[in-house]
Design a protein around this ligand. Sequence first.
Ligand code: PRX
Length: 654
Amino acid sequence: MVVERSASIEALLEERRRFPVPEEFGKRANVRDPGIYKRAARNPEAFWARVAQELHWFKKWDRVLEWNPPFAKWFLGGKLNVSYNCLDRHLDTPRKNKAAIIWEGEPGDDRVLTYQDLHREVCRFANALKSLGVKKGDRVTIYLPMIPELPIAMLACARIGAPHSVVFGGFSAESLRDRINDSQAKILITSDGGYRRGTIVPLKRSADEAVQGAPSVEKVVVVRRVGDKSGATMQEGRDLWWHELVQGQPLTCPPEEMDSEDMLYILYTSGTTGKPKGVVHTTAGYLVGTYATTRWVFDLKEEDTYWCTADIGWVTGHSYIVYGPLASGAASIMYEGAPDFPDRDRFWAIIEKYRVNVFYTAPTAIRTFMRWGEEYPKRHDLSSLRLLGTVGEPINPEAWVWYWKHIGGERCPVVDTWWQTETGMILISPLPGLTTLKPGSATFPLPGIEADVVDEQGNSVPLGGGGYLVITRPWPAMLRTIYGDPDRYVKQYWSRYPNLYFTGDGAKRDEEGYFWLLGRVDDVIKVSAHRLSTMEIESALVDHSAVAESAVIGKADEVKGEAIVAFVTLKNGVNQSPELINELKQHVVRKIGAIARPEQIIFTAELPKTRSGKIMRRLLRDVAEGRALGDTTTLADPAVVQALKDKYGEEGEA
Ligand code: PRX
């Protein structure tokens, strides 16, 4: 088996409980006909075309799919605009004055934008971008906290055909700069600051630092979120306040007629090398995929209030706060701050305040809530909830059942949704009105999606066995390429097995065909559901003048899923010290961002390597997780890892 099994994975595979569809829920579910799977499988193209017909097209497509492996094109010849579909399409309907975005600021301020309001703000900002010379095809980087201007900016870009590249506000100046340079963005949109646990995050300062090394940026647009307390300064001629820029802009802006395959956005994600890759999503397929899955998986009804707690800086926020929900005419909540500010009941207070019906979060958050205790959700009326979802990492059955019981009141189905930045849309998930749930299983590929579990040679593994998860036919929202690096696209996803999309995840199917996701099989780790590359953290460490070599691993962690442990070899003459440990941790934060801060740094005279010089991370994981050492016969010098184990044992006790 390809994945080493931690205790939580063992528990997952022994899980036997079943949760049938609650009767009341099943009666009203959007998808009630089990025939949908067969219909989709019989003719997937006709199936997706039927979904696409529900959207607005300036010109209908000529052909649904062109598949020249590994390059897919969907809805060829079609013309449409994503912002038109998310906004204008609703304005002639009773949705016009319905809440599109319900925003809650961390300090307790709030703002509701109806579809009409959002349309107006998007048009004004789209006109503002045009006034800065932004044209179809120009890239725009967005580095904002979770405030309404973030989706407004994204939709404004989509309206004029300028691909956006949203960079999570927790990334460092350096990470931001690398992403701007890779995409050669002309405009950067940021804010003076943002709020996090009552303190101010100085985004503008990081933006200034980033732009110094990013010559493609001509203008910086700055949202005033925090005000004078932010300490932000404006650079004459380069920086413009958002509120001044939109003043006097026309209230409408004709949408650009985009080709189905025109780029909608780039989103950088960590891969198996030190350099993040720009995942490219295009217009029609992405819209069709996110629109369809939002309706099926979240079972959204016109009157629902829906809340996905992700940050829009990640793909979950792109697909399931902004594009999928708005294309579906939903009321989508966005929250700026932390779950424990001012107290550990903030999420539950928000659910009560807005009477949230559908709630979507990450297993790491659920495990944190479990640890905090039931008293926090008990303080609030959560009876409005009718469906719960999770995403981002495997969910252990214990957390699943806690979520079902203490948040869902034993009446809400829990949909565990598997997907990736690259897939753009949910691919493996229950249909909540049809699927009998098993805690910890993402259940089955959605209608129109074909997945398999294969062995090293690419042969399908019979039910009951484990291997690598692959997707066996193209799907509408799949990434089209890596920005500026088509070879990497081919190599990364399509070279391991001919014509099969390699996900990088291990999986098992049980005797009934349910899929159980077992975590990454490559050098990608998931820390609190954030995706990081061990190589990227290693590069950051080696960049420090004291470090000769480093190896980073994800160690199983009860709350975070994985925790970052870095083994570091110092240069000759450099002394180990607790100060140096702190300095190295800080160095990683400066290079990448706080999400990549190693939890533990272990100094070692040498790293265990094979005779060909490859670092044996598996053994480092054994050391970090306190397991008996696995096979060491391929090591150049087995004494190295034994010494490390002895030393680590001592440090563990210290
Ligand atoms: O390992 C899988 C894990 O997250 C990876 C994708 O990370 P990212 O691109 O950041 O997207 C996360 C949000 C879509 C996958 O390769 N993953 C995501 N969802 C699940 C999951 N692992 C198990 N179960 C899930 N539901």
